[in-house]
Design a binder for this molecule. Sequence first.
Ligand code: SF4
Ligand code: SF4
Ligand code: SF4
Length: 246
Amino acid sequence: MKPKVAFFDFTGCEGCQLDALNLDAQDLIDLLNGIDIVNFREVMTERSDNYEIAFVEGSITTEGEIERVKRIREQAKIVVALGACACIGGVNCLKNHVPMEEALRIVYGKDAKYYNTIPARPADAVIKVDYYVRGCPPSTSELVKVIKALLLNKKPDIPNYPVCVECKKAGNICVYEKGQTCLGPVTRAGCNAICITSGRYCWGCRGLVDEPNIQSQKDILNKYGLTAEQVIEKFKIYDTCSEVLK
Ligand code: SF4
Ligand code: SF4
Ligand code: SF4
């Protein structure tokens, strides 16, 4: 029997699910040979409450979503947070910087009274999450790696070292040398430092490594005459829910 897998979306742009559909054709065929997808709103109308593995995309931003994600947790043997919104709160946490009434007014204007919201939070602030597929959106190769590990009953091997390691391997010139800031020293690798290699810097979409070397990040800032505030501003994009920075 193939394990039944369900994908669920909460508050987010659904780009993680969309990106999952960009899987290499052979990977997709291999996966479909190993799993039975029973819920995936973006590609199928059939729905089932009978599944063993649940992928949860998006952050939790309403009381109703709290109840819904708890029901999913009760049903699934394994819950995987899919993408930055589900793993660390992501861009939705930007609204946590203002009172919720103000956030509603900014977004919905005079219709704000028809909506309800609570501060955004990652899935594991509400339920136990077993595994994480990180990034905004996650790399399809990491998604495949996690699913294959689950099928083999193994723990997925996800990097727990900083983006700087992959950045150095890629031969990039550090953006600090160009007068910019970057969250690579404390952000979990696994994306092959794609943003830096593409001419940008790391915004921290994969979240912090388990034991971020905050002192190392401070030393870098000192070396380049920068303040902590200049780099913490970047954390607000994705990881404002992180307790480490509070
Ligand atoms: S992690 Fe990024 S791509 Fe995925 S739902 Fe959130 S904003 Fe969209
Ligand atoms: S700080 Fe950023 S640009 Fe510099 S090495 Fe680390 S990841 Fe690369
Ligand atoms: S470089 Fe940073 S922001 Fe870009 S994908 Fe990797 S973790 Fe995310």
